[in-house]
Design a protein around this ligand. Structure first.
Ligand code: ATP
Ligand code: MG
Length: 159
């Protein structure tokens, strides 16, 4: 699907409240296709939702290019006029995964091993991973690929 088609579908989903997956402090996640999600930024941690979206997109692209296990970042969304405000966000690869804390052995050990490995790699590249209270809060484990994905990079820093 082209970026233009993704944008049309995203606007339609947001307006109709279709495809809602989850939300947090920085944004709301909508499923756009089976392979693509939109993170619609609502938080202003980087100054504004648009700045947060731009930051997450450029940082995510950089990490993906270095082979870090993050979703593939596909493009920026917006600013687009929505009901009551301008919408900004990012399109990214949809991860069909589980919250690692819901895993049993040996999946749990594998998720933990990959988390520590990715964190080390990210730090060696010169970035700072912002852990939340729960280390797994911004990760999903895809059992089919046996792969842990790290995401939600708005609060991570380049050194
Ligand atoms: N690429 C993705 N594929 C599938 N689900 C995703 C993807 N990105 C995010 N999610 C789901 O949406 C939730 C919220 O996304 P994200 O952590 O990026 O938002 P946030 O607003 O920054 O969250 P918080 O402030 O709670 O950390 C995630 O915890 C995850 O369950
Ligand atoms: Mg999060």
């Amino acid at each position: 699907m082209s970026l233009t088609e993704l944008v049309d579908k995203a606007i339609n989903n947001i307006q109709k409240g279709k495809g809602y997956l989850d939300h947090g402090n920085d944004g709301t996640i909508y499923a756009i296709t089976d392979e693509v999600v939109l993170k619609l930024h609502t938080g202003s941690y980087r100054g504004s939702p648009q700045k947060s979206a731009e930051y997450e997109f450029s940082f995510g692209t950089e990490l993906y290019q270095h082979g870090v296990q993050v979703p593939q970042y596909l493009g920026l969304f917006g600013p687009v006029p929505l009901h009551h405000r301008e919408g900004c966000g990012i399109f990214m690869e949809r991860i069909h995964g589980l919250d690692p804390s819901s895993l049993q052995f040996p999946g749990l050990l594998e998720a933990r091993r990959q988390y520590l490995e990715q964190k080390k790699k990210i730090e060696e590249l010169g970035y700072v991973v912002k852990d939340s209270k729960n280390v797994y809060s911004n990760t999903l484990f895809d059992p089919k690929q046996n792969k842990l994905f790290l995401f939600d990079l708005v609060r991570w820093e380049r050194k």
